[in-house]
Ligand binder design. Structure first.
Ligand code: SAM
Length: 345
């Protein structure tokens, strides 16, 4: 009873609607910043519910824009909401919301790709990695143009327990273009299985919560949108450095319809390609005729472990990039000079 009274007292007082604010401040959507607004508060409430209970939580919202999702987060009873918005035009509307929720909404005018979230919240909300997650969430109706680089950056942060994950296993509830949401959550053998599926799923439990039709946004984007929830695993399924895993997965998926050994080959310079590919596939005990989409995460783990082992034996291998070798060959051909051997093999 007392708890529900407290939650009621945290609900926002009557305010102009988000639509009225957009008109009031003349907030035309900017295509360049991937601005597609959600004005239906039932939908924004539904996104917020996917995060779980937000009572007394600390939350960072990415790109609050005119503040629809922001209202839903505040109404869920959060203790502290930090919003990071790149477009100055939204700041006055957000200040209005901040006045309606005294002491609970902090506004940062900045770029989420460079914002230091590890400094954004009090240290005492941190939880050791092995324990329950901290009461800290990241929520956002992400701009399409930053959603993939942002999730890759945050996955690397999960691997290194840095950025938002310096506080522990911070959970994320984010929107993506529907096809990207499907890739993030695709299981072994599915058509959508891709580099993103492996990178997300070896580090997190990833759940595709629901799809929002494009027509729910203003202006309507060309695509539908998926809401995805990420919860970092206590123990990553692959225990190698993020950059190494990323390199193995990227190379294997570059020929997604071919047998997986085709991509593995490209991890090695031409001079030792055949021999080291064979050694890596044998050591990992993976059938070289499987397609990249058919490989399980344990098989990617075995491949990453085998590659890491070869890298310890062959200095310079880790920094070898097939595309760089191609580029150098191309340059050499243009200058009509022979290429050197790439690594110190
Ligand atoms: N949250 C609002 C909603 O649901 O209606 C707006 C969502 S809109 C898809 C994306 C928002 O992110 C816009 O407000 C845009 O200005 C902002 N944005 C775009 N790039 C950004 C960046 N790099 N850092 C922070 N905000 C960004």
């Amino acid at each position: 009873m007392a708890a529900s009274r407290k939650l009621a007292s945290l609900r926002l007082p009557p305010l102009p609607t988000v639509g009225e604010l957009i008109k009031l401040y003349n907030l035309r959507a900017e295509k360049q910043l991937s601005q597609n607004f959600l004005l239906d508060l039932r939908l924004t409430d539904k996104i917020v519910r996917q995060a779980g209970s937000l009572r007394d939580a600390y939350v960072c919202e990415v790109g609050p824009g005119p503040g629809g999702l922001t209202r839903s987060i505040l109404n869920a009873g959060v203790a502290d909401l930090l919003v990071v918005e790149k477009d100055t035009r939204f700041i006055p509307g957000l200040k209005l919301l901040s006045e309606a929720a005294p002491g609970r909404l902090r506004i940062v005018h900045g770029d989420i790709l460079t914002y230091r979230m590890d400094r954004g919240f009090p240290v005492n909300i941190s939880k050791p990695w092995q324990e329950d997650p901290p009461n800290l969430h990241i929520i956002g109706n992400l701009p399409f143009n930053v959603s993939t680089p942002l999730i890759i950056k945050w996955l690397e942060n999960v691997a290194n327990k840095s950025g938002p994950f310096a506080y522990g296993r911070t959970r994320l509830t984010l929107t993506f273009q529907k096809e990207v949401a499907e890739r993030l959550t695709a299981s072994t053998g599915s058509k959508q299985r891709s580099r993103l599926s492996i990178m997300a799923q070896y580090l997190c439990t990833v759940h595709n919560c629901f799809t929002i039709p494009g027509r729910a946004f203003i202006p309507k984007p060309e695509v539908d949108v998926g809401v995805v929830h990420f919860s970092p695993l206590v123990q990553p399924q692959i225990q190698q450095p993020f950059k190494l895993v990323e390199k193995v997965v990227r190379n294997i998926f570059q020929f997604r319809r071919k047998h997986c050994h085709k991509g593995v080959e490209k991890l090695f310079p031409e001079v030792c390609r055949v021999e080291l590919t064979q050694e890596m596939m044998q050591k990992a005990d993976v059938d070289p005729t499987l397609r990249p989409t058919e490989l399980t995460i344990p098989q990617f783990r075995a491949l990453a472990d085998a590659y890491a082992h070869l890298c310890t034996q062959e200095p310079g291998l880790l920094s070898y990039e097939f595309r760089e070798e191609l580029r150098l060959k191309h340059l050499a051909r243009q200058r009509n000079t022979p290429t050197g051997t790439f690594i110190g093999a």
